[in-house]
Design a protein around this ligand. Structure first.
Ligand SMILES: Cc1ncc(COP(=O)(O)O)c(C=O)c1O
Length: 395
């Protein structure tokens, strides 16, 4: 019989324990405590174009403030379909093959909950974006890692093949890839497609960095490969492309069957979100090419600045071909553990970065790796580099 003396039961279910405090919360708290420059979290410190901001204000004043339709406002669904045709030649029915979500995060969660059952195996590229492990656990699935290795973090096709079992249900992809900055090649994607077709698997492809590729690297949606249109759930989001990460307008595209499955869970997670922002992103997606490329070019210059500075400091730098992030190996500076490095860095230098190892099951592989965000203004990156030069960076 419980009494007032009894310790209350642990409220969190066992499979979700350990997900409590993310590395981002820990490192952001450290940044605040120490007045550090935060190169941990992936959000830009300059907003996207004014014309897109104005579109939200206009939508609010036009009275578009009540629940949007469950699939998303038609203007945005059509804009997403037009975007997929314009950039990739993908033809979609905006009424049945496009679903608007609360960011890519909700899209991933809804897809997992819709398609993964107890004990089903989900193959994911490791290091993972952190919500993947959580949503696989929520769906009671089993995470099966395929590790991407430095220096180029290319796919190990043999490892992918070896990871497939009778219980495999989904391959969860992310390209361009956070945190490594790798952009999967067409050949790698073809190998994944072959495995998916052979074993009748669904591919969930998170492409939120689709427009943020550098040095001419080309993003290829796996849905464009033969046999993949009907077995790929493609996910993206406006946050990264247009530098409005706080707006949380994401989307899912795919066959009517796949989109309907995701909509089934999504409708009971949030039902709908962010009405006025949906109208603004509809306008944003239709903006001319230079809006996309200007944002990307600015980011590439920031990448170059940070990568060159980190290399000068003696870190091994794996120059990324996409995303907001660069990965380094800290061993040349005498460290063997990126987590210890990141925990000490704020006090030593006044800068925050993120250790890779928390994104791995095979933590030994990620142990010496550290991620730095370059989606910050050049003077902020310059200040961070100056602090790293002046502080005690070496062990
Ligand atoms: C790979 C990846 N997927 C999804 C997201 C989240 O996207 P959203 O803000 O649209 O939910 C992020 C954000 O960092 C990401 O890096």
């Amino acid at each position: 019989m419980p009494t007032s003396e009894t310790t209350p039961r642990e409220p969190l279910v066992p499979r979700l324990r350990g997900l409590g405090t993310s590395i981002f919360a820990e490192m952001s708290a450290l940044a605040l405590e120490t007045g550090s420059i935060n190169l941990g979290q992936g959000f830009p410190d300059v907003d996207g174009p004014d014309v897109i901001k104005q579109a939200v204000v206009d939508a609010i004043w036009a009275g578009r403030n009540q629940y949007p339709p469950g699939m998303g406002v038609p203007e945005l669904r059509h804009a997403i379909a037009d975007h997929q045709r314009r950039f990739y030649g993908i033809e979609l029915d905006a009424d049945t093959e496009v679903l608007v979500t609360a960011g890519a995060t909700e899209a991933v969660a809804a897809a997992m909950l819709a398609m993964v059952d107890t004990g089903d195996e989900v193959i994911a590229l490791e290091p993972y974006y952190d919500s993947y492990a959580a949503t696989i656990a929520m769906a009671r699935g089993v995470r099966v890692p395929v590790t991407l290795h430095a220096p180029d973090f290319a796919l190990d096709v043999a490892a992918l093949r070896a990871a497939v079992t009778e219980r495999t249900r989904v391959i969860l992809l992310n390209t361009p890839h956070n945190p490594t900055g790798a952009v999967l090649s067409r050949a790698d994607l073809a190998a994944i497609a072959q495995v998916a077709v052979e074993h009748d698997l669904v591919v969930i492809s998170d492409e939120v960095y689709e427009h943020l590729t550098f040095d001419g690297a080309v993003h290829v949606p796996i849905a464009t490969l033969p046999g993949m249109a009907d077995r790929t759930v493609t996910i993206s989001s406006a946050g990264k492309t247009f530098s409005f990460t706080g707006w949380k307008v994401g989307w899912v595209t795919g066959s009517p069957e796949l989109v309907t499955a995701v909509r089934t869970t999504k409708q009971f997670l949030t039902y709908v979100s962010a009405g006025p922002f949906q109208y603004a992103i509809a306008e944003a997606l239709a903006l001319p090419q230079h809006v996309y490329t200007d944002l990307r070019d600015r980011l590439q210059a920031q990448r170059d600045l940070l990568c060159a500075g980190l290399a000068e400091l003696g870190l091994e730098v794996y120059v990324p071909r996409g995303t907001y992030f660069v990965t380094t190996d800290v061993r040349p500076l005498g460290w063997d553990d990126g987590l210890a490095f990141c925990r000490e860095l704020p006090a030593r230098c006044g800068v925050v970065a993120i250790p890779h190892q928390v994104f791995y099951d095979n933590t030994a592989v990620g142990r010496p790796l550290v991620r730095w965000a370059f989606c910050k203004q050049p003077d902020v990156l310059g200040d961070a580099l100056a602090r790293l030069r002046e502080g005690r960076l070496a062990r």
